[in-house]
Design a protein around this ligand. Structure first.
Ligand SMILES: Cc1cc2nc3c(=O)[nH]c(=O)nc-3n(C[C@H](O)[C@H](O)[C@H](O)COP(=O)(O)O)c2cc1C
Length: 395
């Protein structure tokens, strides 16, 4: 792909992966993605910021050739994950004088993933700077967005923040900068939900740090660049805040329709109470859409029928996933149906140990729901409404 000028002597040299449809063997990426690599030609030193995924090396090497690069002095590696570091060995082979600049944690990971030898590294500390002659890069170590090794690189004179995965999106587009904020907002929220949400506390700290930085452009390692940085910074401030929406998310599975009848009834009852409901039939749900809904929902109700004495595996999986991404959700409950016996509710409760939530009494019934069961669901909807009001949520 051709190098694209961001500012004088600063180029995007990445790869647009229009076809990528799954990331982390988990999250659908309906808009594809990009692996962003950046070239900075300083008056004295030439620097590459991150590389591209395994197997896309040729595209990066071609772009560097097109940009007339004869020598690379440094490759700044903001994060060791292979979608950014995968091409390092090929780049080092072509440009043998290049040194990798990174932090100690990232160095350790690159040594284990890519067998890069010790002497190739220059290790930097937080706030350390390197001079490229007329330009200066400042390093900001930013652990746990989303690995322990992550750092940002700030190009001081040009006010560009290379933010690594932080603030990024899986979004393939031919536009270098975000042109459709509405569309990229959703891709960035999907990305946040999967990758960043589990580290919400750290995210808040890193956002505060950015407040003190003069930023013209945010250049993440996935998705288009932001020339209106406040767009993505404000979105992250909202997502990572403590505020939740007057909303209930119901991921559910139902083999013969009993749990489904309960879910649909509860959904109507909650709507009557003025609460927004989002249903996810786990047989067909997109895991990314579910995680996006979890970003700001006040309550989650898992709908699970019993299979082989425990929760149906799809409900088990969804609950495990919810626990892993640690949304700021305040209340959780379970509804569903069994035939003769089991410990579905206990198993599901045991799966949410990482969530800081209040449990609302489950409605777990035998067979197909009857009038008495629907009344219990009415009570559950009322209870949820009371809880939402207690934390100040209103329609
Ligand atoms: C493969 C299979 C395994 C089941 N295992 C159990 C079980 O171990 N304990 C139980 O109480 N019911 C069990 N059931 C019965 C269902 O839990 C029961 O029919 C329930 O009402 C189904 O709700 P649903 O229609 O929402 O899936 C099983 C049903 C199926 C199809």
């Amino acid at each position: 792909m051709i190098p694209r000028a961001i500012k004088d002597d600063i180029y995007w040299v990445g790869f647009i992966d229009w076809d990528r449809r799954l990331f982390d063997s988990l999250i659908p990426t309906p808009h594809g993605t990009t692996y962003n690599s950046y070239l900075i030609k300083g008056s004295e030193k030439t620097v590459l910021i991150d590389t591209v995924d395994f197997g896309k090396d040729e595209f990066l090497l071609n772009a560097l050739e097109m940009a007339g690069v004869k020598k690379i002095d440094y490759i700044v590696t903001n994060h060791a994950e292979q979608d950014h570091s995968g091409s390092l060995p090929k780049i080092l082979a072509k440009y043998p004088d290049a040194k990798i600049i990174t932090n100690a944690k990232c160095k350790g990971l690159l040594e284990s993933f890519l067998f890069i030898p010790e002497e190739k590294f220059i290790v930097v500390e937080d706030n350390e700077e390197i001079s490229l002659g007329n330009k200066t890069i400042q390093f900001m170590i930013a652990p746990w967005v989303h690995w322990p090794d992550t750092m940002f690189s700030y190009l001081k004179e040009d006010k560009i923040l290379f933010s690594c995965d932080f603030l990024g999106s899986h979004h393939a587009t031919s536009e270098l900068f975000v042109s459709d904020e509405k569309e990229v907002y959703l891709s960035a929220k999907r990305y946040y939900a999967e990758i960043m949400m589990p580290f919400r506390t750290m995210i808040k700290k890193h956002l505060e740090r950015l407040d003190n930085l003069d930023i013209d452009i945010i250049a993440p390692s996935h998705g288009p660049l932001y020339n209106r940085p406040s767009f993505i910074i404000e979105a992250y401030k909202d997502w990572s805040s403590d505020s939740v929406k007057n909303q209930v998310v119901i991921p559910y599975v139902s083999m013969h329709g009993s749990t489904k009848a309960m879910v649909e009834y509860l959904s109507d009852a909650l709507s009557k109470e003025g609460i927004e409901v989002k249903l996810f039939n786990l047989e067909i749900a997109d895991a990314g859409e579910l995680l996006m809904a979890l970003v700001d929902t006040a309550t989650i109700v898992v709908g699970a029928s019993t299979m082989l004495v425990g929760p149906h595996p799809l409900a088990y999986y969804a609950t495990y996933l919810v626990n892993a991404v640690r949304p700021k959700t305040r209340f959780v409950s379970v509804i569903g149906s069994y035939g003769w016996g089991g410990n579905t509710v206990e198993v599901l409760k045991g799966l949410i140990s990482s969530l800081n939530v209040q449990l609302i009494e489950p409605v777990y019934i035998k067979g197909y729901p009857q009038d008495i069961d629907f009344k219990l669901l009415d009570k559950l909807a009322e209870e949820i409404n009371i809880k939402h009001k207690e934390i100040g949520l209103r329609r």
